[in-house]
Design a protein around this ligand. Structure first.
Ligand code: PMP
Length: 352
């Protein structure tokens, strides 16, 4: 099967194989699923995973790393819960559904300000921001818009702390992470299985925590407990560690180059097609999620069926926008993308 799902998504075969072996036998006759979370072995898993995140992203000592639960939506709520003071507002760049959800969640806790929005463009581009007020508690943005296939390539230059949802493009490209005060990413796209959420924050920003909260919702408590305040999702973290080791072996330079090649190949075929049309504006189109439409609903239906027969799964667009969406996360290799484009070209040549 060629798995182009947008999340949960494809993982490298060797990661799946190792995880399968470790389900049966991890250490001293125990399965990884049976290991106590406070055992030395699991502490070592957590600490190695945090170290690999640091080195892969080239993070300075002023950053801390923590695994949490609750997915993207828990972060949408916890960020304002922790960092939005009553006298301040949080700013949002509304580049799509998830960005808007983050803003809607924040409104439960305090004031929000929409700095820019591409809603009227049906989110086919990244909105342009001007004049970010300096008194905001933070500015939130979503670096890759999984549903619409758009991605940020520039970031606001502001003194206000930047908070980024990098769920669908973390570890896909090299960035200067110094721009960001808090970064979060659900595991189920480019990291590992669902159940773990990676959160990275500057110590200085964590110290700004405004409100006293129950431990499970407090960043300070969760970070101070090194991902084990309560029982963490050990297996999801372990699979993420296997994937991070795989990423280290491949190297971030190579990963980024491969991601650019995969996206270029697919966009080239879409741009040259008479029956498929890309939906995102060219300057903002994503290297991770490629969105396109067929020229009519019949073509779309026929292509989905044809692709399925050729072993391709997961290319149906998000239910809110329709069409097609192809995730090109790290585990997808160029041969798989070549297969997809050949299937697209074959379909266009023979069935139209
Ligand atoms: N942010 C982004 C960019 C997403 O693509 C998604 C969807 N997986 C979410 C947040 C929401 O994540 P969750 O389903 O874990 O709440």
């Amino acid at each position: 099967m060629y798995n182009f799902n947008s999340g949960p998504a494809a993982l490298p075969k060797e990661v799946l194989q190792q995880a399968a072996d470790d389900i049966l036998h991890f250490q001293n006759g125990l399965s990884i699923l049976e290991m106590p979370h406070r055992s030395a072995a699991i502490k070592a898993v957590i600490s190695e995973s945090e170290d690999l995140v640091r080195s892969l992203l080239n993070l300075g000592d002023d950053y801390e790393v923590c695994w949490m639960q609750g997915g993207g939506r828990a972060q949408f709520a916890m960020i304002p819960m922790n960092f939005l003071k009553p006298e301040q507002a949080a700013g949002f760049i509304n580049s799509g559904h998830w960005a808007e959800e983050a803003m809607n969640y924040a409104a439960y806790y305090g004031k929000t300000l929409e700095i820019a929005s591409s809603k009227t463009d049906e989110y086919h581009c990244i909105p342009q921001w001007t004049n970010i007020p300096e008194d905001l508690a933070y500015v939130h943005l979503t670096t890759n818009n999984t549903i619409y296939g758009t991605q940020f390539f520039d970031f606001p230059d502001t003194k206000v702390p930047l908070v980024a949802d990098m769920s669908s493009d973390i570890f896909s490209r090299q960035l200067d992470f110094k721009h960001f005060d808090l970064i979060y990413a659900v595991a189920q796209k480019n990291i590992g299985p669902a159940g773990a959420t990676l959160v990275i924050a500057k110590t200085d920003f964590l110290n700004r925590q405004a409100n006293s909260l129950p431990g499970i919702f407090s960043y300070k408590t969760l970070f101070n407990a090194h991902s084990a305040y309560n029982t963490p999702p050990v297996f999801a973290i372990y699979c993420s560690l296997l994937n991070l080791r795989w990423l280290c072996n491949v190297g971030m330079d190579t990963i980024e180059r491969q991601n650019r090649e995969k996206a270029a190949l697919l966009y080239q075929v879409i741009d040259g097609s008479k029956i498929f049309k890309g939906t995102a504006q060219k300057a903002h189109r994503s290297l991770m999620n490629v969105c396109f439409r067929g020229n009519n609903p019949e073509t779309e239906e026929a292509f989905l069926n044809f692709a399925r027969q050729q072993g391709i799964s997961g290319i149906k667009g998000h239910r809110s926008v329709g069409g097609f969406r192809v995730a090109l996360y790290n585990a997808i290799n160029i041969e798989e993308v070549s297969h997809l484009v050949k299937v697209m070209q074959h379909f266009e040549a023979n069935y139209q």
